[in-house]
Design a protein around this ligand. Sequence first.
Ligand code: BG6
Length: 497
Amino acid sequence: GVFNLAFDDHFLWGGATAANQYEGGYRDGGKGLSTADVMTAGAYDKPRRVTWKNPTTGATGGTPMQFGQAGRQVPEGAEPAVLPGEYYPSHIATDFYHHYQEDIKLMSEMGFKVFRLSINWARIFPNGDDEEPNEAGLAFYDHVFDECKKYDIEPLVTLSHYETPLNLAIKYNGWASRKLIDFFVKYATTVIERYKGKVHYYLTFNEINMIDMSGFLGGGIINATEQTRAQGAHNQFVASALTVRAAHKIDPDVKIGQMLAYSPLYALTADPNDQLKAQVDMQDTYFFADVQTGGHYPAYRLKKYARDGIKLDDTPEDYELLAHYPADFLSFSCYGSNTVTTHKTAGSDAGNFMAGVKNPYLKTNAWGWATDPQVLRIALNNLYDRYHKPLWVVENGIGWADELTADGKVHDSYRIEYLQQNIAAMRDAVTLDGVDLMGYTMWGCIDLVSAGTGEMKKRYGFVYVDRDDQGNGTLARTPKDSFYWYKKVIATNGEDL
Ligand code: BG6
């Protein structure tokens, strides 16, 4: 309410993960391959590769992950494939599959109210287009959710987090095909029915706008063009609306959220051309929430499609569904801001997925990601003013090459400082501006594989996991200094930062 000076008692504090970066067990319990399972490890200056094999000629290779540009992710005639002698970080990751009891206990020690994880679609439907779900996969998540329940931790479940079943990518060009709508809705309704009473919050597509940057990552699209990506986004919107409709029928207590990658864009200068650039570039992000949360295609996107000659394979019913079944809430990832300019500047500063120029007021980490102490207040106000729906910060955090020191600890004061600033700004958005915020889940709460680079070295967690970039390590878990700090933050409901 208006007089609230802090987060209310229902505020959902916790942490976030994704199956392909955390779970491992990539063939356990009958799991099929996902797009993540054919991606190698890279580094800050070395892109990840998608490995492939041509079934006719037997030729093999690897193509760098594509961001932004159009083109095929694997050569014509080839199919993404797991190759001998290559290292794939998703296959074991940090092995949540065999450590879930230990990990959820650690989360409960910090006082987590919520744990964000994704269901690995290919664990439930190994080929994506199977008739029947895989019981062993369904049972695994039953165990996970029962474990959460033991500690009163609410699961927040992402249905698709960069892990499209590989067969759907190969057979249908992923989300470029309308067939994916039915496969996804079948998968979504299967799990929503199965976990009725255990799971109350779902997110459909992680960072849905990422499909525009990488069709393969965001939508299992092997042949990515503006046309196939636009169709992929449209198909995901329709699938989201159908999921909202089905979920509310299955269980009126279930809420389905959108998940958007959101970084406010700042103009480097007061030059109106820079201001306009920041505004227009932001449309690439807003488009996805205008449709999925707002319920309508915005005029600026339709104009762009008309200019670019993009024609959607759509039906009048699609647009009725979009208008009637928007997302119940809007969740987003936000790590910092990006800065743009029309002027020539020295030093472009690229995060892994986002590009921009260096903001002279902000410090960056070793991967070029800038810490912006006000970003969450700005982001929350922008999104609340535009959509008037409950919001949820489902990713925020800082990647760092943490080190386990001789005293057996990890002294991550830089992480505590980052989170202090970010949570303070988030608190201001709630207490000063009155934004309706459901919760906060810090990204990668237990160390996991980086999505952008595939590294272990880029760590985010409150808990250190003994594993390196070559796949060595005992997988032992060690709480970092930030673990005890976050425990205090949750215990005081965000008052004592
Ligand atoms: C988001 C993704 O882009 O940011 C996560 O939803 C990802 O999957 C996170 O891990 C951090 O990015 P990175 O590249 O540092 O892992």
